[in-house]
Ligand binder design. Structure first.
Ligand code: SF4
Ligand code: SF4
Length: 466
């Protein structure tokens, strides 16, 4: 007779043969890794909810304001034209995940992915609190619709909706900023239908995914899960079963054999949130949540055997094989260092006000004779000044003292101007200087643009060769 606890071999345990969803009821587990993950869940959830409220240097730690095309990451402001900087940030994040995956496998999925953190740390906890443990939940779902079932389902989904709305609002705050969100919440949704629509969509998505879809997202939709195998090698860390120690498992070997340590209790299968049996080897569906490690350790303690029958290991051997010093991880680390260095240079050069001189399209210079026999040369430039700050900025354009001392003059209608946040203004700027200071057709001048920063720009002026 076939074992009802044995998982199918020809299709996933989370779907029927014809592709319908099989709802999982993972059992609760206690142990070292469970406690560690509970602790991390609290920190990560608090961090996610607090993130839009955190200020660094008076600016949001994170802001992705798409309508106004302004962004802030770690308090550093970007505008849409700063896309190269955003590219380095994204490339750095991707390479960090590549490096971590190459060394420590799917540790991100198990400990830090928002999907795992919220499903495990919030939604399953609410479910357990209202509907009971995995056996009670399964019975409730399979049982008839009684008043108790209606009450429990309504209570659970009511709390799920409330939590999803909190997550949806918090997510929206990263796009609008907390002040704008607070303002919108005081008004009717009809006054900000776009933002309300985004919040309702995200809250609905969270409710659907964390409340019901759950492991199906990891198995079907998550792109990171798909390309794991190309990022890992035989010395990346995985959650694995010690076949040598565990087999032949009890009840499978012929009569009176020396059996391995696995007592074939299926606890590791019962607790798995993605519905796999890790004893069949490392599988793409494993999100490295460590639940089976804790579950099996409890069984080993009960039967007086050493823990670690299921443990962190590598394809090549034991966990001590895990090392960041391998060609693959070194390559990711080098690329990451290059991207991080480029980002640091970009950030160091990032000014609150940017200024670019572009020579005007008419003749490069004009010469006007003076009464004293000399001549004055004029160069015409366009000056693009952009306020890169999220606040208005007062800006003053002036010539550096040493250029003034050489007889260069700067003429513009608006030497002082107030720029709105993100505003770009184009000024006509004329440089006048005596022909006598022209050397080999050139004159070097320096302009200072004084705002919250002081920018010093070199401008190459031209004049007649003779
Ligand atoms: S929990 Fe441990 S002993 Fe039980 S079936 Fe899994 S591997 Fe075997
Ligand atoms: S096999 Fe173990 S580590 Fe992998 S998802 Fe299942 S319970 Fe988590």
């Amino acid at each position: 007779m076939s074992n009802p606890r044995e998982l199918p071999t020809d299709h996933l345990a989370t779907t029927t043969k014809d592709g319908h969803r099989v709802y999982l009821y993972p059992a609760d587990v206690r142990g070292f890794f469970r406690t560690l993950r509970n602790f991390l869940n609290v920190i990560l959830i608090a961090f996610f909810l607090a993130l839009p409220w955190i200020r660094i240097g008076g600016r949001p730690a994170i802001l992705l304001h798409l309508p106004e095309r302004k962004f802030a990451i770690l308090g550093i402001q970007f505008w849409a034209h700063d896309a190269p900087m955003l590219f380095f940030v994204i490339a750095g994040a991707v390479l960090t995940i590549f490096f971590i995956t190459a060394v420590w496998g799917r540790i991100w999925c198990g400990y830090a992915c928002p999907q795992t953190v919220f499903v495990d740390g919030v939604f399953r906890k609410i479910e357990r609190w209202i509907e009971g443990d995995s056996i009670a939940r399964r019975r409730l779902d399979e049982g008839p619709w009684t008043s108790d079932k209606v009450f429990k389902k309504a209570a659970k989904w009511g709390v799920f909706v409330a939590v999803s709305l909190v997550i949806g609002h918090s997510f929206l705050a990263t796009f609008t900023g907390t002040e704008a969100l607070a303002e919108m919440m005081k008004q009717s949704p009809l006054q900000s239908p776009g933002a309300f629509g985004v919040m309702a969509f995200i809250s609905g998505l969270v409710l659907f995914d964390f409340g019901w879809f759950r492991e199906q997202f990891c198995l079907i939709a998550c792109p990171y899960g798909r390309f794991q195998s190309v990022l890992m090698d035989d010395r990346s860390m995985v959650v694995g079963y010690d076949v040598k120690r565990g087999e032949p498992r009890r009840g499978v070997a012929p009569p009176n054999p020396p059996t391995g340590d696995c007592v074939n209790c299926y606890r590791c299968v019962a607790v798995c949130p993605t519905g796999i049996d890790i004893r069949r080897g490392t599988q793409m569906e494993c999100i490295a949540c460590t639940a089976c490690m804790d579950a099996c350790d409890r069984v080993m303690e009960k039967i007086g055997k050493p823990t670690g029958l299921i443990r962190y290991k590598t394809f090549a051997g034991d966990r001590d094989q895990v090392s960041p010093f391998r060609p693959r991880s070194i390559l990711y680390a080098v690329l990451l260092a290059l991207v991080a260095s480029a980002l640091v240079v970009k950030i160091r050069n990032h000014q609150l006000v940017s200024a670019d001189f572009v020579r005007a399209t008419e003749a490069p210079y004009q010469v006007v004779p003076n009464a004293d026999g000399g001549a004055t040369v004029t160069n015409h430039f366009k000056l693009d000044i952009r306020n890169q700050d999220f606040d208005p900025s007062q800006v003053r354009v002036r010539l550096a003292e040493e250029s003034k001392a050489r007889g260069v003059e700067l003429v513009t209608v608006h030497p002082e101007l107030e720029l709105r946040a993100g505003e770009l203004r184009r000024l006509d700027v004329f440089f006048r200087f005596p022909k006598s200071i022209v050397e080999k057709g050139r004159v070097q001048a320096f302009v200072e643009i004084a705002g919250k920063d002081l920018i010093r720009q070199e401008v190459r002026l031209v004049g007649p060769l003779f």
